[in-house]
Design a protein around this ligand. Structure first.
Ligand code: ISC
Length: 341
């Protein structure tokens, strides 16, 4: 953490992260502030990619890699944070527009999001420490590059993991608040929303796979929320590349919609702000000796600029969506980062 603080002060890039349910923390440090582009995903390093992949994914080329276990100095307790109603009408209007687009048949599903801001004086190392304490099931990270920015998050979604020819991904969708001692009671809207994502991923990946297996959906906890998740596993066909698999999966229908291109266009034309790295992806690219690819979707995240934290939240809109409930869902999702601040 001392080195992280020092590199941040000196303007030297790094990413420190912990994979879901693991104890080990990895910190990669780049010794200069060069901005390395990702060209074809055969590179080795830590990748940080935006929602609009054509804007360019960045690669940290590690000069030093530290591995350690987390010993915390703070104890995260579940606090009831206040969420403001700012931006409500704009989000309700956006969701309504999305529902109309689905009703006329131009879209099957669209994920619509917004950004909210919160002032904080907390040092980044303390923020990351609390993130680790609070979200053991998530991919927790703190990323810094002086030419890109400072981002951190605790995401529940794997984009893809590839080792040799074995591939794993997931279909993640639907949200309910986590209530201690209660199991989630999924409605038709949520079950259909998640099934659509599973079907779509299966259809996209099948031509590039030798085998592909989509497991039944299960409830998984992500901080103060529940989601529905199906594990997807398979073997890549001989000619499939990492680049091809990434381009088939990103942006997943959990962050964009169905069909992908129409949903993406709707998002870019109507959300009214730039997602930049929110709903992009990040992680290890051929980094360790096993040459694994281990990428996560950038959700439940925020960008830190001076004393301002910009928190990004969205939700999947289907024909059965109710704008008021979708607003509350984004409010609940914002607590993942607000709790940390
Ligand atoms: C787009 C987000 O969540 C996605 C992942 C899980 C469940 C989602 C949902 O229920 O809508 C979203 O698809 C976000 O957290 O900003």
């Amino acid at each position: 953490m001392e080195k992280v603080g020092l590199c941040f002060q000196k303007g030297l890039p790094f990413c420190i992260y912990r994979k879901p349910k693991e104890e080990q923390i990895t910190a990669v440090f780049q010794a200069d502030d060069r901005l390395h582009p990702v060209v074809d995903f055969t590179e080795s390093g830590f990748v940080f990619a935006p929602f609009r992949l054509e804007d360019g994914a960045v690669l940290l080329k590690p000069d030093q890699i530290y591995l350690c276990k987390h010993t915390s100095s703070v104890h995260a307790k579940a606090e009831e944070v206040l969420v403001t109603e700012a931006g409500k009408q704009a989000h309700l209007d956006l969701v309504q527009k999305g529902i109309q687009e689905i009703a006329v048949g131009r879209l099957g599903k669209v994920v619509l999001s917004r950004k909210l801001e919160k002032e904080t004086e907390k040092p980044i190392t303390e923020i990351f420490d609390k993130l680790l304490q609070s979200y053991p099931n998530a991919f927790c990270y703190l990323f810094f590059h002086p030419k890109v920015g400072t981002w951190c998050g605790a995401t529940p979604e794997t984009l893809v993991q590839i080792q040799n020819k074995t591939m794993r991904t997931m279909s993640l969708a639907a949200t309910l608040p986590f209530v201690q001692g209660e199991t989630p009671n999924w409605g038709q809207k949520e079950l259909e929303e998640q099934q659509m994502v599973s079907d779509y991923i299966k259809e996209r990946l099948t031509p590039s796979m030798e085998t592909l297996d989509v497991a039944a959906a299960k409830s998984v906890r992500a901080g103060n929320l529940w989601h529905l998740r199906s594990e997807i596993k398979g073997v890549l066909s001989q000619e499939s590349s990492v680049k091809e698999i990434i381009s088939l999966l990103h942006p997943t229908p959990a962050v964009c919609g169905i069909p992908t291109q129409a949903a993406r266009t709707f998002i870019l034309e109507n959300e009214g702000y730039q997602r930049t790295y929110y709903t992009g992806f990040l992680g290890e690219l051929n980094l360790n000796a096993k040459a694994e690819v281990s990428l996560f979707v950038n959700l439940r995240c925020m960008e830190l600029q001076g004393s301002t934290a910009s928190i990004f939240v969205g939700g999947g809109i289907t024909q059965a969506s109710d704008p008021e409930r979708e607003w509350i869902e984004t409010q609940n999702k914002s607590r993942t980062m607000l709790n940390i601040l």
